[in-house]
Design a protein around this ligand. Structure first.
Ligand code: AHR
Length: 310
């Protein structure tokens, strides 16, 4: 049995025929924030423009459901699969399963465990942002803004997801060389506004000495702002906030002086994802990693950029 598995995991990537139209799956992880809605819309809009059939599934925040969603796409013998894996490890085996079934798969937005399933070898490519760099850029801004002196509450994204892991690390690595910058508490807010608010309510009670907040996404930062105001703090005045995503409501919070800055995480995958599929079918060489460009928003550009945000 061991030999069979080893053989099944080796070999070339599945081929894809050139066709005028494709039938593809897009396996979304959840639809509970503006970023997810923008990513889904971008995939749906491009499928519509090209006249392709897009089978959309929503795992509603469950890695187990997402595995069965992908399995059902394999059973339907779609031409290709676009997977945005909720968590790294639980979604890795199904990527290998798609390869064994002969269906090309593209991992988009979040990564799987690449020590087990490698882009360019076990699946066609990874397309998405550099989450580590997003964390680093958030830290760089905060260090400058606070002149190297801050006690930070960190709101992490969903546990086990690649943005939560990499954004934490990118930030932590950068602040290492600044002894005046410390993380006093760090807890998951599961990337949602409501959990961000609830977690901040508890953490600001436990750590009244906090002078800054690093939230792994805008929704949690916006929830944190509500909690801080309820606790009598003045976001943007006695506590500095930085987050990631670059959604419209976060840019409005910057304009209102409550959020300091946000690093964009670009959710517009449609054009790039489907063009990569076409290139792959045409036999072009595909880079194992296609990294999205992310902008940066603070008080210097939030107003001008508002209309281009999601
Ligand atoms: O994977 C991207 C992250 O997931 C976005 O920052 C977040 O808002 C979403 O849920």
């Amino acid at each position: 049995a061991t030999l069979t598995i080893a053989l099944a995991q080796g070999g070339a990537l599945p081929k894809l025929a050139v066709k005028p139209k494709y039938r593809v799956c897009f396996n979304q992880s959840e639809m509970d924030n503006p970023w997810r809605l923008a990513q889904t819309k971008s995939m749906q809009d491009e499928a519509k423009r090209l006249g392709w059939t897009l089978i959309f599934t929503n795992a509603n925040g469950s890695a187990a459901k997402q595995v069965s969603d992908v399995r059902s796409c394999i059973a339907q013998r779609v031409d290709a699969i676009f997977l945005t894996p909720r968590e790294q490890k639980p979604l890795t085996p199904i990527v290998l399963e798609a390869k064994r079934a002969g269906i090309p798969l593209f991992v988009i937005d979040r990564t799987v465990d690449e020590t087990v399933a490698k882009p360019g070898k076990d699946f066609v490519a990874f397309i998405g942002s550099d989450f580590y760099d997003e964390g680093r850029r958030a830290a760089e801004w905060l260090v400058k803004e606070t002149k190297g002196k801050a006690k930070i509450i960190e709101l992490q994204g969903s546990t086990g997801s690649s943005p939560a892991i990499d954004r934490k690390k990118g930030f932590a690595d950068y602040i290492k060389k600044y002894p005046g910058i410390q993380i006093v508490a760090s807890q998951t807010g599961n990337f949602t506004r409501d959990e961000g608010r609830k977690v901040m309510e508890a953490l600001i009670q436990a750590h009244p000495e906090a002078t800054a907040v690093y939230a792994h996404n805008d929704e949690m930062a916006l929830g944190a702002i509500t909690a801080l105001e309820t606790a009598g703090r003045k976001p943007g005045k006695d506590i500095t906030l930085v987050s990631i995503d670059g959604q419209k409501s976060a840019l409005n919070a910057i304009i209102a002086g409550k959020l300091g800055a946000t690093v964009e995480c670009n959710p517009r995958f449609g054009v790039k994802a489907f063009q990569t599929l076409k290139d792959y079918a045409a036999g072009k060489k595909i880079a194992a990693r296609l990294v999205n460009e992310d902008r940066f928003f603070d008080i210097t550009n939030a107003k001008q950029m508002l209309n281009s945000a999601f």
